[in-house]
Ligand binder design. Structure first.
Ligand code: GLC
Ligand code: GLC
Length: 811
């Protein structure tokens, strides 16, 4: 069942009922200020860091779900309602939500008033603009009142929901003209405040939550709204809110609009105050002035649209398949940008307080994004590398605001360092900027201990080499990519974290996945050595990679598929000898992507086993059979009920590794079949089962052993976005950035006859038309660039900034 449709021309998903199977959300903002907004107007906003600079509150686990946001109530002669349906839930005669690229517009109509709430974060602006358009669709004059509502968070989102003995006393606001200023803690150490403005004179306002709602009322029934009258409350402690009340008269057919700005201001210490106790509002005034009129909103929105058009124009596909086109051209790169910006910090599933930027996550996220804004990928690589330890290990996470490693989580995830090689190599292949390797980058945030980025990569490489186990395979440490396979944890205490507790400090548990990752990205490190003239270094590294390949073939293959690991006792994990958890997806993907076992025929076997044992109608489950009980030697993976999350859920993040592995062995039909099984646009018709948004990937879909098979959870912030983008654009459509050019090597379904990719690469534009008259999956017969036949399938960098016509013949 569908709840909306794709409007590809406008790059929007249009939702036609507020009662979607779960809140379907969008992200606003792309630089420093971010907001989340659902199709009913729920959500929250923050500046840079969802934990430390939260502007508005949001309650997870709330009843009902998705209750709290930036709401606009319309009071119409005793009746009142909200255009997004929530929180009042008054029946609407019309409803439509359009989620676009960086903006959302929600329209509701009732009793002759059509209200449209448009929300976005303008470019280079530290705030959200909400424009409410009101139109009288009736034949009578309408006198209505518009009430806005936001609930302020007392900045630190974690403290805000735990420290009530303090927080119920600290709330402070100021009101001047039509602007409500939230200034809690500004009197002491904070140099920032928030404001909520309206571009109209007010009939009243409220800033105290209790005065606005009434102590025992919910957001569906605020006492000021039922009374149709603001109470002009001034918050002192308790819960500060911002609510404007605006009187509006509309003749039949007349339309008007109001602009609201929810902004964030930082003042230098010496400019904090205007007069004792009164905050300096200069910067807020300047921001508000930018959105004085309706046309200001139009202009900013059209700037935002062209910004996105430009970003998305870097890779575009024309094919016979609309679903594929919209994934590749719009929604997948859009999600990649969001995951790049926010890592795993703030979504409707990630509370924005527990996790900063992940070392492994962010390195993977930038794979899907580097072609759009390489400068930002560069900056991110340096930030990530700056949290690395001198021994090559890494903090698992860091806070975006401080850029410091997170001590609570610490390090010891032994795959982490390698992702820095993966991310940096992708950046250099995209840009040709080898100079990044000479950047001086601190260790552990300490500028006195800095070394070149190249040295950081070397330490990453040797962190694996220096930490091998009994079979010559990498020690797993706390965990590898699979955070829930905790082979040194042995936790029997309910409140211990599986990720940070290590009760047995063994040097026995090894990961075949890390071995695969090492062999996959090792050649990148070797190539970088060679390009720096370090031939001996390169030869030594090559020997390590060769040894790892041999060790993986000798000790990491189980007859029909790759093993997953050896546990603390040296026992096999992911083996036919295991009672449960006999085969895991991760090593099948990465070992084959690394080319291990391809010429020996083992890669085929491994992928066939994956198909036979792990594949379902909804995708490939992470492992099978699921663990039916808790295994202390395996950790969190066995803590989940069968079919969910890492315990045999369909973890969408690693499905693309199998697509890419299938492409390595040339099986294009399989690669694309797997792609379309989990790509959200293909799941639109089963939205009632899938439940999360049909325009973005979710982290997990419940597997075949789950009670609710096919149901997705945790949409938006997942490495799934980047890897699926790589799988489709590079492995399947076959346009692969390389050190010296663009390699063309598609692996497609045999039935495909042709497609065209327009790819911007290092300033040139390549219009690549690929034809497949022989109906093969793989194999490039000829490539011509501007009429000249190439001797291989790598488009050289033209470097002239013009458009180049490329013809590729498969066969
Ligand atoms: C989550 C984490 C990621 C991890 C994955 C598998 O998505 O963000 O780092 O690799 O789970 O456990
Ligand atoms: C839980 C999740 C896993 C995630 C981890 C991060 O273990 O199952 O997906 O990576 O938390 O902390």
């Amino acid at each position: 069942m569908k709840y909306g449709f794709f409007d590809d021309a406008n790059q929007e998903y249009v939702i036609h009922t507020p009662q979607t199977p779960y809140p379907w959300i969008n992200y606003l903002g792309n630089e420093r200020f971010f907001g989340l907004i659902s199709n009913t107007g729920g959500g929250y906003a923050f500046y840079r860091d969802a934990r430390l600079r939260r502007l508005t509150r949001y309650r997870y686990n709330n009843i009902p779900v998705d209750n709290g946001g930036r709401y606009f109530y319309i009071y119409d002669d005793g009746d009142y309602w909200t255009p997004g349906w929530m929180p009042v839930k008054r029946e609407l005669e019309q409803y439509e939500c359009r989620h676009g690229l960086g903006y959302t517009s929600i329209m509701g109509e009732r009793r002759g008033i059509r209200a449209t709430q448009l929300a976005f974060v303008p470019l280079s602006f530290d705030g959200e603009v909400h424009q409410v358009k009101l139109q009288n669709t009736s034949l009578q004059t309408k006198k209505i009142k518009l009430f806005s509502f936001v609930e302020f968070c007392l900045w630190n989102a974690y403290d805000d929901m735990t420290n009530f003995q303090r927080n119920l006393n600290t709330g402070e606001v100021e009101i001047q003209d039509s602007v409500i200023y939230h200034k809690t803690e500004y009197r002491e150490r904070r140099n920032h405040y928030a404001f909520f403005s309206a571009n109209r004179p007010l009939a009243g306002y409220d800033t105290d939550c209790e005065a606005f709602l009434g102590l025992y009322n919910g957001l569906d029934q605020p006492q000021t709204i039922t009374a149709g009258q603001a109470s002009n409350s001034i918050a002192s402690g308790w819960s500060p809110i911002g609510s404007h009340c605006i009187e509006i008269t509309l003749e039949p057919g007349e339309e008007t609009s109001c602009n609201f700005v929810l902004g964030y201001v930082e003042n230098p210490e010496e400019e904090k105050w205007e007069s004792p106790g009164i905050i300096n509002k200069k910067r807020a005034h300047a921001m508000i002035a930018q959105f004085a009129d309706e046309t200001d909103v139009e202009r900013a929105l059209s700037e935002l649209r062209s910004y996105w058009n430009d970003l998305l124009s870097k890779y575009t596909l024309q094919s016979h398949d609309d679903k594929l086109n919209r994934m590749v051209n719009i929604w997948n790169p859009y999600q990649c940008m969001v995951t790049f910006n926010l890592s795993r910090s703030a979504s409707y599933f990630e509370s924005g307080i527990g996790r900063g930027m992940g070392f492994r996550d962010s390195n993977q996220d930038l794979l899907g994004f580097v072609h759009q804004i390489p400068e930002r990928a560069r900056e991110r690589i340096i930030d990530i590398a700056s949290t690395q330890f001198e021994n090559g290990g890494a903090y698992h996470q860091y806070q975006p605001l401080t850029k410091k490693g997170n001590h609570e989580v610490g390090g010891g995830f032994n795959d982490d360092p390698l992702w820095l090689i993966v991310g940096t190599s992708a950046y250099i292949k995209e840009t040709g900027d080898f100079g990044i390797l000479d950047e001086q980058v601190p260790f552990d945030g300490n500028v006195d201990r800095a070394a070149s980025l190249f040295e950081h990569l070397k330490r990453s490489f040797y962190h694996v080499v220096d930490n091998l186990g009994p079979h010559g395979l990498p020690l797993i440490g706390r965990a590898d990519w699979n955070d829930c396979l905790n082979l040194n944890c042995f936790s029997a205490t309910p409140d211990e974290s599986y990720q940070t507790t290590q009760n047995l400090e063994g040097r026995i548990a090894e990961s075949v996945f890390i071995a695969g990752l090492f062999v996959y990205t090792g050649p990148d490190f070797i190539e970088l050595c060679k390009r720096r003239g370090l031939n001996e270094e390169a030869a030594t590294a090559q020997a390590h990679v060769d040894r790892m390949r041999t060790a993986t073939l000798e000790h990491g293959f189980d007859g029909e598929w790759f093993l997953r690991a050896y546990d603390h006792y040296g026992n096999k994990i992911g083996s036919k000898d295991c009672e449960e958890g006999q085969i895991f997806i991760e090593p099948q993907g990465f070992c084959v992507m690394a080319g291990i076992g391809v010429k020996e025929g083992l890669a085929h076997k491994a992928l066939d086993s994956t198909r036979d044992r792990l594949e379902t109608p909804y995708g490939i489950v992470l492992q099978h059979p699921p663990y039916s009980r808790y295994y202390m030697n395996l950790g969190e993976i066995s803590s989940y009920p069968p079919g969910y999350k890492e315990n045999a859920g369909i973890f969408c993040h690693n499905n693309p590794w199998i697509m890419m592995a299938e492409a390595v062995i040339g099986r294009g039909d399989r690669a694309f079949e797997l792609y379309s099984k989990i790509a959200p646009a293909y799941l639109e018709d089963i939205s009632d089962i899938h439940r999360t948004e049909p325009y973005v990937y979710a982290q997990m879909i419940a597997g075949k052993d789950a009670v609710r098979e096919g149901e997705a959870k945790n949409s938006w912030l997942t490495g799934t976005a980047a890897w699926n983008f790589i799988a489709i654009t590079q492995s399947i459509l076959g346009i692969q950035p390389e050190w010296d050019g663009l390699r063309i090597d598609p692996c497609i379904p045999k039935s495909w006859g042709e497609f065209t990719v327009t790819r911007v690469f290092r300033g040139d534009t390549y219009v690549i038309h690929i034809t497949n008259p022989q109906h093969v999956s793989k194999g490039v017969a000829t490539v011509t660039v501007d009429g000249t036949v190439l001797t291989n399938n790598i488009l050289p960098v033209a470097g002239d900034g013009t458009i180049h016509q490329v013809k590729v013949l498969l066969g």
